[in-house]
Design a protein around this ligand. Structure first.
Ligand SMILES: Nc1nc2c(c(=O)[nH]1)N[C@H]1C(S)=C(S)[C@@H](COP(=O)(O)OP(=O)(O)OC[C@H]3O[C@@H](n4cnc5c(=O)[nH]c(N)nc54)[C@H](O)[C@@H]3O)O[C@H]1N2
Ligand SMILES: Nc1nc2c(c(=O)[nH]1)N[C@H]1C(S)=C(S)[C@@H](COP(=O)(O)OP(=O)(O)OC[C@H]3O[C@@H](n4cnc5c(=O)[nH]c(N)nc54)[C@H](O)[C@@H]3O)O[C@H]1N2
Ligand code: SF4
Ligand SMILES: [Mo]
Length: 727
């Protein structure tokens, strides 16, 4: 029996795990107490690390489908089939006929971080889709417009803040998002323990809300009104800082006095004013908002307002406020002020604007089913299950069945990948190295951690980095080495940059001095050595490199977050663009919504500690116990509608209908019902016996693909009008 240390890839908390290895298998997982970031924290998902790897339903060898029959093949045969499938489609119909969908776990693998962008680019199409547009795209847009960089997302300084306002997030169950913090519950308790204040705004009394000083129930989809009410109060009562652009924001906020928005959002005016006063008066404060505020019709406006409040209360970029992490693989110092552009091209069918090189995931189906020049006929999916995770997913499933070719990189034969012609399975996490490219940018404390594979690859397994690099080569139709061309470019730029520690050095010598036994690891070594804490290829003794991380299995602590706004800003003006024109132009839409009549029930989602979107429902340890795919209904509504606890209800929206078990609970507000997403298993052709026995229904049968946040193209997943009746 041996132990190995591995960062958990199942959620954004990135806990360090201590794995027990017996006879070449992972037989246990617990929190690594010495991990510099997570200090031993673990949740039930991390604890099933071994169970996930041993799942008998996992796809272990590449598979090719003919009709309904799947056949295991060699990797060479699988790649040859991909080439025979993709290349002719591009030849016959042009590259716009190719599409890619990148799912959420791409941000949890080194392969996704290093290779997915190159793969998307190699396809040479604008049909690029990802889970970002059913999640956080509004935040990227607001950061892009405010700071000039869509990846410059400030995080609440959880360990030091004295006042935290959380909207639309339930980190006690989700373990946090766009805010990487292991043991979020412990940090919230510590905040209260040191005399700080926690306020939670959510239509449900979540486990996070129960930890708070105050819980404010809000009408779904209306956080922009509440936050504009806060902004209005800050100006009205002389509590706001007045940076450049403040006058414009003040003007926009004029119509949103707390007394005017209270009815729309369901939060009383004195409560809104109190929030503003408390945020302004606190020694330090941070507003933190997540998907309940992002996956709504005013997602970008809301995301922007969050940072506007942080800025106007003087809390942006100061300890205890909302701060910018500095990841070890990012260079320090100012960067070119390239700014941020939206809508550089538009989708063919619905004319929806591009954002960050992507089109909205909800319109992928339109691009597949609508004939014409540029119609999508072949699809690559990597780590995604859009049939369950995107609005209108059922229709997408039907459309996938009509594609000329589809390849999926995925360890499961699920609702989406069952339509593929080829499945390329990645090895289980214990057999892959790991570094968090995405989450190091979002962590509440700067650390550097790399986990080498805990176990070697088995016969017939291929590292996911190798799989994606190979796909990239096939997609590009050229025999170039993607790693070498990326490394040569980065080293060339650095050698030419007078501010770089390698200025004037020969890029070829630098390339030759990289360590790591794969191209992926040499790329990581390069990024670390040129990064903010790097050894600068020898120029900075004691600095970081891959070797330094390999010597530190529990990670290296780089200290609390430090103010760094000047280096973050990439706006052409070099300052914060507090009131960007695209935002200002969207405010009238919000204003006109004030008068909208609000009656009837609306649907929201929810997450459970033992869930992970659509893909961990095949583990007995995580689905044990009572049905979790229930429709939560407030007792008042249940009484009025004649619903009984544990009875069945039909839920009908503009888009579809499902039948779900009723759970009567005053956790949800009157007028609001809640159904979790990621369920709806057991469909023909899928492989997941446990998931099929706990099938549930898909919440995305009810969500409406026609409704989007116009600035980001993000889907609307919360606040869906529904009718409910007993069956
Ligand atoms: N109604 C509603 N819909 C939602 C949401 C909601 O709150 N409500 N939430 C949205 C959010 S935030 C997100 S992020 C999306 C997620 O949307 P998706 O990313 O499309 O869906 P997931 O369920 O995360 O599917 C992950 C897939 O990755 C595979 N996978 C797991 N590990 C690996 C790996 O190491 N490598 C590879 N190649 N594949 C792997 C799994 O088998 C699974 O097929 O769902 C969105 N959909
Ligand atoms: N256990 C578990 N953890 C996960 C995941 C999972 O599926 N399960 N998924 C991971 C992923 S991909 C992500 S993106 C993160 C998401 O992490 P979170 O953003 O914390 O996600 P949720 O737990 O869905 O919390 C969203 C909250 O918003 C509330 N809400 C809904 N509508 C509104 C609204 O209009 N206004 C306000 N103020 N609140 C609203 C909901 O009631 C819910 O409590 O979680 C990640 N972690
Ligand atoms: S909180 Fe997230 S990272 Fe930590 S053990 Fe659980 S799933 Fe893994
Ligand atoms: Mo997500």
């Amino acid at each position: 029996m041996t132990t190995a240390y591995r960062i958990c890839p199942f959620c954004e908390a990135t806990c360090g795990l201590e794995l027990t290895i017996t006879d070449g298998r992972v037989t246990g997982a617990r929190g690594d107490r010495d991990d510099v970031f997570s200090h031993g924290f673990i949740c039930p998902k991390g604890a099933t690390f071994g169970e996930l790897e041993a799942d008998p339903d996992r796809v272990r060898a590449p598979m090719v489908r003919t009709g309904e029959d799947w056949r295991e093949v060699t990797w060479e045969e699988a790649f040859a089939t991909v080439e025979r499938g993709l290349t002719p489609v591009a030849g016959r119909h042009g590259r716009q006929a190719l599409a890619i969908y990148l799912g959420n776990p791409n941000v949890h693998t080194l392969a996704g971080g290093l290779y997915a962008p190159a793969l998307a680019k190699a396809l040479g199409t604008t049909n690029v889709y990802s889970a970002s547009t059913v999640d956080q795209m509004p935040k990227h847009v607001s950061s892009g417009l405010l700071f000039g960089d869509p990846l410059a997302i400030p995080v609440p300084d959880l360990d030091r803040t004295s006042y935290l306002l959380i909207l639309g997030a339930n980190p006690v169950d989700s373990n946090g998002s766009l805010c990487t913090a292991a043991d979020f519950p412990g940090k919230l308790k510590a905040l209260r323990g040191r005399g700080g204040t926690l306020v939670v705004v959510d239509p449900r009394r979540t486990r996070t809300a129960r930890l708070a000083d105050r819980h404010l129930g809000i009408r779904p989809g209306t956080d922009a009104y509440l936050l504009f009410g806060v902004v209005h109060t800050l100006f009205d009562e002389g509590l706001a800082a007045r940076p450049e652009g403040a006058d414009d924001v003040e003007r926009l906020a004029r119509d949103f006095a707390p007394e005017r928005v209270a009815e729309a959002c369901g939060v009383a005016a004195p409560e809104i004013r109190r929030l503003a006063r408390e945020l302004a008066a606190a020694p330090s404060a941070a507003v933190y908002a997540r998907i309940g505020t992002s996956t709504v019709e005013f997602g970008t406006l809301t995301s922007w307002l969050v940072d506007v409040v942080n800025i106007l209360t003087g809390n942006l970029d100061r300890p205890g406020g909302a701060m910018f992490p500095l990841a070890p693989h990012r260079a320090a110092g100012p960067r070119p002020r390239r700014g941020f552009a939206l809508g550089r091209w538009h989708s063919r069918v619905r004319g929806l604007p591009e954002v960050r090189g992507e089109l909205p995931a909800t319109t992928l189906v339109d691009e597949i089913v609508t004939p014409g020049d540029g119609q999508v006929r072949a699809l690559v999916t990597v780590a995604g299950n859009p049939v369950l995770s995107t609005p209108g997913g059922d229709r997408l499933g039907d459309a996938l069945a009509g594609l000329e070719f589809m390849v999926s990189v995925d360890p499961y034969l699920n609702e989406t990948t069952r339509h593929a012609h080829v499945i390329l399975p990645p090895p289980p996490p214990s057999r892959s190295g790991h570094y968090d490219i995405a989450f190091a940018d979002l962590a509440v404390r700067n650390t550097a951690r790399y986990s080498p594979p805990a176990l070697p690859l088995r016969e017939g397994e291929l590292d996911e980095c190798v799989i994606l690099a190979r796909l990239t080569r096939i997609a590009s139709g050229q025999d170039t080495d993607v790693d070498e061309s990326i490394m040569t470019r980065l080293l060339g730029t650095a050698a030419a940059d007078p501010a770089s520690p390698v200025h004037g050095k020969d890029p070829a010598d630098l390339l030759a001095s990289l360590t790591g036994d794969s191209p992926a690891l040499r790329r990581l070594d390069l990024m670390l050595r040129l990064g903010a804490y790097g050894d600068g290829f020898g120029a900075v003794p004691g600095g970081l490199s891959l070797e330094a991380l390999l010597r530190a299995p529990h990670g290296i602590d780089l200290g609390p977050l430090r103010p760094r706004l000047a280096d973050v800003l990439r706006t052409p003006s070099g300052t914060i663009e507090l009131c960007p024109p695209p935002i200002a132009e969207d405010v009238p839409r919000l204003r006109s919504g004030l008068a909208a009549r609000r009656a009837g029930l609306v649907l929201i989602g929810r997450r459970h500690l033992r869930s992970n979107n659509s893909w961990m429902h095949n583990l007995p340890g995580l689905v044990r116990g009572s049905n979790r795919c229930t429709l939560q209904v407030h007792p008042d509504d249940a009484g009025r509608l004649g619903l009984t606890d544990a009875g069945t209800a039909e839920v009908v929206s503009e888009s579809g209908a499902v039948e779900a078990e009723v759970e009567i609970t005053d956790e949800v507000m009157p007028g609001v019902v809640s159904l979790p997403h990621g369920w709806g298993h057991g469909r023909p052709g899928t492989r997941g016996s446990v998931a099929a026995a706990h099938a549930g229904v898909s919440a995305n049968t009810l969500t409406d693909p026609r409704v989007l946040d116009p600035l980001s193209g993000n889907a609307v997943l919360n606040g869906i009008p529904v009718r409910v009746r007993p069956l």
